[in-house]
Design a protein around this ligand. Sequence first.
Ligand code: 5GP
Ligand code: ZN
Length: 107
Amino acid sequence: MECIFCDIANKKQEANIVYEDTKCLAFHDIHPKASVHILVIPKKHIESVNDAKQEDAPLLGELLLAIKEIAAQQGVQQGYKLAVNVGRKGGQIVDHLHIHLLGEKDV
Ligand code: 5GP
Ligand code: ZN
């Protein structure tokens, strides 16, 4: 199974990583759509929200808590947008669940 985000998680593919813990990873989007555009992923390969299982519930919570830290670290804690595209019809291009964190730096 080829997956670009698994490759990034396994350090087989380069990315500008800004956060890492045992379960989650975050890195800059290669085509940023805001001055801060970070992708936050579980290291576990889950294709999309539609493929998440009940057992993944704690992991999905960990992602949101990681985002809190990443937002502070990236200087957007005052406000930012989170987006999750699901399926082709929802604009998902990379089939490894990811949360877009988009924001402008706090002033
Ligand atoms: P999606 O449309 O699937 O929600 O978003 C996928 C995102 O991944 C896009 O914003 C795209 O720019 C980003 N992306 C695709 N390939 C790579 C890559 O190899 N490295 C990084 N850092 N981002 C990527
Ligand atoms: Zn993957």
